[in-house]
Design a protein around this ligand. Structure first.
Ligand code: CO8
Length: 259
């Protein structure tokens, strides 16, 4: 792949957007590669957790590639946005857990990509924002939906309508970021540590919990509890549930097999 780096160690895959000279901006080729990479990660039973990050010290992703976007007609822009949505959905429907490790700018489509992940860690120099309206356009990779669901509509409207950037500490204070580290080294260390913890837990239990959180969110409480109950019930047909429950009783470490 030209614009992505994929590295799998044990049960953890690191997915790095690698166009540092363009602040990792997403052009069509990078979007296509992301689509393929996410599909191949999904099929890799060894990977249980993915760390998404950007190459270099300046950016996670500084948005969609403006040079590429400036020549799009309406149909092409619609298709570009829908390709982006497909990636978002592949991440939120994924059985794997995606952690966004944001170092530097996460703007426009880059902020949206981070928001599509299961949670975000950031370094002190991270900057988040939706500058689309300063370009005469609007967020088109899910941002109008995902940000409002985390911060509530007021903060989403303020950020999207002003196009201003927020820093890592503010992003943490409004729930966008889960934790902030001093520099990229500490950020990646935290992401790795969290990923190993996740990778040691029951993968099917995690996949079902992710479904319950993501798909249950827009259901009524009654429907959502029933959905959770159904997924909880399904888990008891898995070998991993028997293994995890028995291991506790037998005072040993469980060995989950993803079965
Ligand atoms: N697209 C293309 N090139 C970019 C982008 C971008 N988004 N961001 C930075 N670059 C390039 C610059 O043009 C420059 O290239 P060159 O050296 O060849 O001139 C290089 O990266 C370095 O950038 P700067 O020199 O500008 O670096 P600074 O440190 O001075 O500034 C900033 C950093 C503030 C991040 C600045 O680069 C900037 O404002 N970038 C644009 C940010 C932006 O507006 N992003 C939103 C784009 S719109 C969007 O994402 C919509 C998504 C909707 C659909 C997506 C579907 C997938």
């Amino acid at each position: 792949m030209k614009n992505l780096l994929l590295k799998t160690e044990g049960n953890i895959t690191t997915l790095t957007i690698n166009r540092p000279d363009k602040l990792n901006a997403l052009d069509l080729e990078t979007i296509k590669e992301l689509d393929e990479a996410i599909a191949s990660i999904e099929e890799n039973d060894d990977t249980r957790c993915v760390i998404a990050t950007g190459a270099g010290d300046k950016a996670f992703i500084a948005g969609a590639d403006i040079e590429f976007m400036k020549n799009l007609n309406s149909i092409e822009a619609y298709e570009f946005s829908r390709k982006g949505h497909k990636i978002l959905q592949a991440i939120s429907d994924s059985k794997k857990v995606y952690i966004a490790a944001v170092n530097g700018y996460a703007l426009g489509g880059g902020f949206e990509m981070a928001l599509a992940c299961d949670f975000i860690y950031a370094s002190k120099n991270a900057k988040f924002g939706f500058p689309e309206v300063t370009l005469g356009i609007m967020p088109g990779f899910g941002g109008t939906q995902t940000l409002a669901r985390i911060t509530g509509k007021n903060i989403a409207r303020q950020l999207i309508f002003t196009g201003s950037m927020i820093d890592a500490d503010y992003a943490k204070s409004v729930g966008v970021v889960v934790d902030v580290k001093e520099n990229k080294g500490e950020l990646m260390e935290l992401a790795q540590k969290t990923a190993s913890k996740i990778a040691n837990n029951g993968p099917i239990g995690i996949a079902m919990a992710k479904k319950a959180i993501n798909n249950g969110f827009n259901l009524t409480p009654d429907e959502a509890y029933k959905y959770e109950g159904t997924l909880f019930g399904v888990l008891f047909a898995t070998k991993d549930a028997k293994e995890g429950l028995s291991a506790f009783i037998e005072k040993r470490k469980p060995e989950f097999k993803n079965k």
